[in-house]
Every structure is written in structure tokens, then in C-alpha cells.
Design a protein around this ligand. Structure first.
Ligand code: SAH
Ligand code: SF4
Ligand code: F3S
Length: 476
């Protein structure tokens, strides 16, 4: 591991356990009933995973949980900074807490996550939101017990926002949101500095968890009956490059695939720059690895890709997709992220994005209008195209993908998919909902006892966003 990336020591984790104990004692004296916490999560799965750890620590501190802000003694917003819209939502929702806090001064209001890691935002909270008690950054999540203890005992606001390369904390408690589907962060941070993106500034440098730690967590999830486990990282393809000895992401997938049990391995996000043929071969060979490749291309135009600092070309991207299609054929599902209206992008350049969308035939796309992020190089670039024009381009892109998704869905009629039955369906009372490898939803009539199992389901009628199907065989 590079010298600056520290694993949080056992002693430090023990200190945090002591603080958790102290919070427990304090709150049981201070409140007549079990205090409730409301944890609200914005942003990506990395934040969802962090919130699950925050909830794990809160549980150890004696907190129960509520979705109702007005029932809570502790409200935590875990924020996202990726686009302006995400930040505006947080400011709106924090502002709405002011009255509640004034009427209930013993309630602790805390803000954490990527947005707080930006200095100008922390300053704004300091000045304009005086009722916020605690603000902490992405690198000190493991210190939640100590921070909550400080917020409860000190007569001042607590700001803990170290700007460091990042740490790795193993073994902190986790309270998962779902009992069949789980997230495992395998690495943190990002070194890529795409010119539009704030993530490297707020999440620190790339650092991988040790293979043994990932495998042990994975195994314990399988033992606990988890069926769909998603490995997380901003760029999982660079997993293990910082480990000693080096390990590749494909090697990690192979190790997990070898574990006993009935489960499906997913992963996100893959960066095309580091996506290797070896990874695609591994996906094709390992039966437990979902044949779903989330490979964001952002733009189909080489000049724009260069300005974005993405370090690959349209041609390289297409060659990866074509190789994946060659090896996985119909089984493969591709999804991607796209940015519309990067500074200086012309309509002709945007048309290259549309033509790439035509070519790859993705199952679905996550599309975003460019949002300037303070401190990133792209925020300094000329951005002459008005927002209304970019919105028009976006509508063109959405219409195109809707047509393609429809065509793709229609091709599935009569096909049989191995699906994970994850819950009740929406098409009618006796419908269940299941997910294919490629993240497509099929609803079918079945007994509720099938929830939480893998089944083979035949598509009978592809609708626009969901497919109807029937149970093919019960003995998977
Ligand atoms: N690490 C992942 C992406 C994480 S952010 C990757 O590289 O693929 C998720 C998505 O948000 C990005 O893929 C991008 O499409 C979008 N995004 C990031 N910064 C953005 C910005 N400033 N404006 C608009 N969209 C942005
Ligand atoms: Fe952002 Fe690029 Fe890193 Fe993804 S790879 S998190 S888009 S800088
Ligand atoms: Fe948002 Fe942070 Fe994720 S900026 S997208 S929550 S890594």
C-alpha cells in the first residue's frame, strides 16, 4: 500500500468502540426511550455503503431508526456533490430542518459525505446554517462514535473535515438495508481526474482493500444468505494495482466465483481506459459473475473524450464492447453513463454520441446534462451552448435510447433467463418481480415463497420498461 494510505489501526477502532459505549450510556440517561436516528442518503452506491456503516455504528451506540425526520433525535444527511442539482436538493432539505431544530434543540443535525468535503460548502454551512451541529467528511466515517459523542457533549459545533489522501477502515459494524442484496466496496477514491468530475477531490486517492478482507466479507454475506452482491469502486478495473503483491480485478472475480453457494456477483463501475480483455473473458467464463457490463463512455467523440481526460478513444471503447458481445452474445447487457453538453461540445460532436448509442445497443443509459463543479478544470472552460439547447439534445438522446431499449426488449420474447426473484411485482396482486443478469426486470405469477431464490423465467411479453414472463422450471 502506498505510504500515505493508512489502514485505521486496531487501537483507533477500539477507541471508537469505547466512544460508542459512552454514547450509549449518555443517551440512555438523557432520553426516556431508545433514541431514533434518521439517515438520509444522496448519491451513488458508495454513499449507500457508507450510510450502512454509519447505521451499523449508530446501532452499536444504541440508536433505533426511523424514516420520519420529526421522530428523530439524530438526523444525518449523507450528501453527494457530483452535480449541482444534487447539492441544491441537500440545501433545500437542510433548510427545511431549521424550524424543527429550533423547536427541539436537543436534536442533533449532522451533514456528511462528498459535498461537505468541499471547502466552500463547509464554509457556507458554517455561516448560513448555524443550526447544523456536526459536519464530517468522507475520510472520517469510522469516527462517527467519537463525533456523535462530541456533538452531544460539547457546547459548540463540530467540524471534522480532514483533507487527506484517504484511509481504509476494516471491521466497522454495518447495518445493511436489504437481506438478499448487498454492496461491498472493494476500493475507495479515484485517480483519474476526468476534467468535469469532483469525485477525486472529495474521495481521495485510489486505495484497494486487501484481498483477504474482501473475500472474508463476501463469504460472510453468502453464509448469511445474500444472493446478489455488488463490488463497488469508482474504477474497479484498477483494483489491486496498489496491493503488495499486485492482484488484478479479474483475479479477484475468479476467487469469489470459486466460493461455494448460490449467488450472483455484480460490479461497478468499470472505466474503459482500464477495462481489459482479461476482464471480459473472466465475465464470460465465471458462471456466478453477472454478464452485465456497466462501462460508461460519457461521449462518442474523440475530441470531447480528450477534453474530458478520459484516456480512451471511441474506437477503443467499441473494440471492448465488440469483444464482450463476441464472447457473451445475447447474454450480455451493456449500460453506460453519458454527459450531454460538456463545455465546448458542438451539436455535430453530440451526434457522435448518438451514433455510438446506436452502435452499442445498450440495455439502458444514465444520461446527465453537464454540471460545472467548482475546482475542476472543465469549470474553467468556455461553455457557450445554452442550457435549453443542451436540454433539447438530451431529449433527442432519450428518445433514441427509448427506441433502442424497446427494440432490445422485443428481441427477448420467448427467451429464458436465470433470474433472481427479489420481491412482489407491480403488475397485479399475485405477480413477483425478478432481475436478470443484465438488470432487466421480469414480472411473473408465482408463489411468494420464491422470493429470495434464483429461477428460470421465460419472457412472454416485453413491455416498455419491464417484461412479463412465466416460470420455466422450479428446480434451479
Ligand atoms: N467513476 C464512475 C462515475 C462516477 S460519477 C466512472 O468513471 O464511470 C457517475 C456519473 O456522473 C459519471 O459517469 C458521469 O456520467 C456523471 N458526472 C460526473 N460528473 C459530472 C458533471 N460534472 N456533470 C454531469 N455529469 C457528471
Ligand atoms: Fe469521476 Fe472519472 Fe473518477 Fe469516474 S473515473 S469518479 S468520472 S474522475
Ligand atoms: Fe456523489 Fe460522492 Fe458518489 S460525489 S456520485 S456520492 S462518490
Amino acid at each position: 500500500m502506498p505510504a500515505k494510505i493508512k489502514k485505521v489501526s486496531d487501537e483507533e477502532l477500539e477507541v471508537q468502540r469505547q466512544f460508542a459505549h459512552k454514547v450509549n450510556e449518555l443517551t440512555s440517561k438523557r432520553y426516556s426511550s431508545k433514541p431514533l436516528a434518521c439517515v438520509v442518503t444522496y448519491g451513488c452506491q458508495q454513499n449507500v455503503a457508507d450510510s450502512e456503516h454509519i447505521k451499523g455504528m449508530l446501532e452499536a451506540m444504541g440508536y433505533g431508526f426511523t424514516e420520519e425526520r420529526t421522530e428523530a433525535k439524530l438526523i444525518i444527511f449523507n450528501t453527494c456533490a457530483v452535480r449541482e442539482h444534487a447539492e441544491d436538493r441537500v440545501f433545500g432539505n437542510v433548510g427545511a430542518l431549521k424550524k424543527y431544530k429550533l423547536a427541539n434543540p436537543d436534536v442533533v443535525i449532522a451533514l456528511c459525505g462528498c459535498m461537505m468535503q468541499q471547502q466552500h460548502i463547509a464554509e457556507k454551512i458554517k455561516k448560513s446554517f448555524p443550526f447544523v451541529d456536526l459536519v464530517f467528511g468522507t475520510h472520517v466515517v469510522y469516527k462517527v462514535p467519537e463525533l456523535i459523542y462530541s456533538a452531544l457533549t460539547k457546547n459548540r459545533r463540530v467540524f471534522e473535515l480532514p483533507d487527506v489522501d484517504g484511509v481504509i477502515a476494516e471491521g466497522i459494524p454495518v447495518k445493511r438495508d436489504n437481506d438478499k442484496k448487498a454492496w461491498i466496496p472493494i476500493m475507495y477514491g479515484c485517480n483519474n481526474f476526468c476534467s468535469y468530475c469532483i469525485v477525486p477531490y472529495v474521495r481521495g486517492r485510489e486505495r484497494s482493500r486487501e484481498v483477504e478482507d474482501v473475500v472474508a466479507e463476501f463469504k460472510s454475506l453468502v453464509d448469511d444468505g445474500y444472493k446478489e452482491i455488488t463490488l463497488l469502486g469508482q474504477n474497479v478495473n484498477s483494483y489491486g494495482k496498489d496491493l503488495e503483491p499486485k492482484v488484478s480485478f479479474s483475479e479477484l472475480l475468479c476467487m469469489l466465483n470459486e466460493l461455494d453457494g448460490d449467488f450472483r456477483i455484480r460490479f461497478m463501475t468499470s472505466h474503459p481506459k482500464d477495462c481489459t480483455k482479461e476482464l471480459i473473458e473472466t465475465m464470460a467464463e465465471c458462471d456466478k459473475v453477472a454478464t452485465h457490463l456497466h462501462l460508461p463512455f460519457q461521449s462518442g467523440n474523440d475530441r470531447v473524450l480528450k477534453a474530458m481526460n478520459r484516456s480512451y478513444t471511441r474506437e477503443k471503447y467499441l473494440s471492448l464492447i465488440n469483444y464482450a458481445k463476441e464472447l457473451m452474445g445475447d447474454e450480455l447487457s451493456i449500460t453506460s453513463d453519458i454527459i450531454v453538453g460538456f463545455p465546448g461540445e458542438t451539436y455535430e460532436e453530440f451526434c457522435d454520441t448518438k451514433s455510438l448509442v446506436e452502435e452499442i445497443k445498450a440495455t439502458s443509459l444514465f444520461t446527465f446534462i453537464y454540471s460545472a463543479r467548482k475546482g475542476t478544470p472543465a469549470a474553467e472552460m468556455d461553455d457557450p451552448v445554452p442550457y435549453e439547447e443542451k436540454s433539447k439534445w438530451m431529449r433527442e438522446l432519450l428518445a433514441l435510447q427509448e427506441r433502442i431499449s424497446g427494440e432490445q426488449m422485443a428481441l427477448h420474447k420467448g427467451k429464458v433467463f436465470k433470474c433472481f426473484v427479489y420481491g412482489k411485482g407491480k403488475q397485479g396482486d399475485n405477480y413477483l418481480a425478478a432481475r436478470t443478469d443484465g438488470n432487466l426486470i421480469i414480472e411473473f405469477v408465482g408463489d411468494e415463497g420464491l422470493i429470495g431464490t434464483f429461477q428460470k423465467i421465460k419472457v412472454t411479453e416485453p413491455l416498455t420498461y419491464v417484461m412479463l414472463g412465466e416460470l420455466e422450471r422450479n428446480d434451479l
